[in-house]
Design a protein around this ligand. Structure first.
Ligand SMILES: [Fe+2]
Ligand SMILES: [Fe+2]
Ligand SMILES: [Fe+2]
Ligand SMILES: [Fe+2]
Length: 420
């Protein structure tokens, strides 16, 4: 079974764009514009296919660690350190992807300046040129909102770019950007055209669901989602790791295990669109705030359903707030419409939310968590047989994290840092 990983990349970058908008006021679809500009610059400069693919993908994911950055900022670290941190985390996360070219430094140095005044103090020639290309496209888009510039303003825009970039920004990268920034390019960067432009830019990439790589990528995305809030720092990744144990218990095939892992890792991807103030609000939510939270399951459905090979994964992931007796969301389905893996993820989601620390309750032991799950099953909301199975499988991990499955463990040992 094959998955369209390029389509998954676009979903992830769409989620990242929402974060960048929330955090920095960058405009909608920012990462996609940076990717399209970088692809055009690379092509114009004669990059080969693999180099172009590496540059474009890093451009698409240049700010993948913004959720971690936001979190550490709110946890009281210094802003200058944070700028460095999102570069370091971003580079670490993207190295999970299967590049055919070395991408060392592409994201790490995307805020460097040639005069050495950037976060790592690197000077011209001490970091890869690809990082300078990403930096120039990033800065130009953030400052000029390229999707809104009317064609008649193109000469003024080109003049403004030279003025704005000035000291420290690579003149060669600035020249490369100005070389590709014509009327046609401006047209392709508009909100109505950018999806088509980026689809043409990102090479088609399929991967077998049984490739361990899939588990690594799922782990990377879960990491981005979880870091949206200090209280969900381990939520998706723990549900994914615990689901792997359940899949082992049920003797799933490797394909089924990988599908369930992906669904668990991505089930809350729609939460990226929920404002953090609502996610972390202590005490009761108002009806309006709860309605905003509930939308995340529909976003998960909308975003995942367009990916070829994700039909089952999308269904299980987006059904995680449905109840067997109806009254859940987003669709208010009932038992007969909820298959086994949808039911399993609904149980796992409650288990994790109950056992992990939240603004309104401390971390809970397995026994305390199970009491709540049995109560919910007794009301007919979730599957009682699955709850009983979970009681047996998860008991030994009370108040502890479940380690990642094997394909992730290798990586943890490799790099000393993992996604879990
Ligand atoms: Fe950045
Ligand atoms: Fe950016
Ligand atoms: Fe959820
Ligand atoms: Fe969840």
């Amino acid at each position: 079974m094959y998955l369209r990983m390029d389509q998954l990349s676009l979903v992830i970058s769409r989620a990242l764009d929402i974060i960048e908008k929330e955090k920095f006021g960058a405009s909608k679809n920012h990462s996609m514009r940076v990717a399209v500009l970088c692809a055009a610059m690379g092509r114009r400069m004669g990059f080969d296919g693999d180099s172009l693919s590496a540059l474009t993908t890093c451009a698409l994911f240049h700010d993948n660690a913004l959720t971690e950055y936001m979190l550490s900022e709110r946890e009281g670290e210094l802003r200058a350190d944070n700028l460095r941190l999102h570069c370091e985390y971003g580079q670490r996360n993207v190295e999970w992807l299967p590049f055919k070219k070395d991408v060392a430094g592409f994201i790490l140095y995307h805020h460097e300046l040639e005069d050495g005044s950037g976060p790592f103090g690197k000077k011209a020639g001490e970091y890869p040129f690809e990082a300078a290309l990403i930096a120039v496209a990033d800065q130009v888009d953030v400052r000029n909102h390229l999707q809104r510039v009317p064609p008649e303003d193109l000469p003024e825009l080109r003049w403004r770019i030279r003025e704005q970039l000035g000291a420290g920004v690579s003149p060669k990268a600035t020249g490369a950007l100005l070389d590709v920034l014509d009327g046609e390019m401006l047209e392709s960067l508009r909100d109505g055209a950018i999806y088509a432009a980026v689809e043409k830019t990102v090479p088609v990439w399929t991967a077998n669901i049984r490739d361990p790589l899939i588990i690594r990528i799922a782990g990377m995305v879960a990491h981005v989602i979880d870091y949206k809030s200090v209280f969900t720092k381990k939520h998706s990744i723990q549900i994914a790791n615990k689901s792997w144990l359940m899949a082992d218990y049920y003797e799933y095939t490797e394909t089924q295990k990988a599908q369930l892992y992906l669904a668990a890792a991505l089930h809350d991807i729609g939460k990226i669109a929920t404002p953090v103030e609502i996610l972390e609000k202590p005490g009761r939510l108002t009806d309006e705030e709860f309605a905003v939270i509930m939308r995340h399951a529909q976003y998960t459905r909308d975003w995942l359903c367009g990916i070829s090979g994700f039909e089952d994964i999308c269904r299980w992931a987006s059904n995680h707030h449905e109840k067997l007796i109806g009254g859940g969301y987003p669709c208010g389905k009932r038992a007969e419409e909820l298959d086994f893996d949808s039911r399993l993820l609904a149980c796992m989601d409650i288990y994790q939310a109950v056992c992990e620390e939240r603004p309104y309750h401390p971390a809970r032991s397995h026994a305390d968590t199970m009491e709540i799950l049995y109560g919910t099953a007794a009301k007919g909301e979730i599957d009682a047989a699955i709850v009983e199975d979970m009681d047996g499988v998860l008991a030994e991990y009370s108040l502890q994290d479940v380690p990642p499955p094997d394909p992730l463990k290798e990586r943890v040992l490799d790099k000393g840092k993992g996604v879990a």
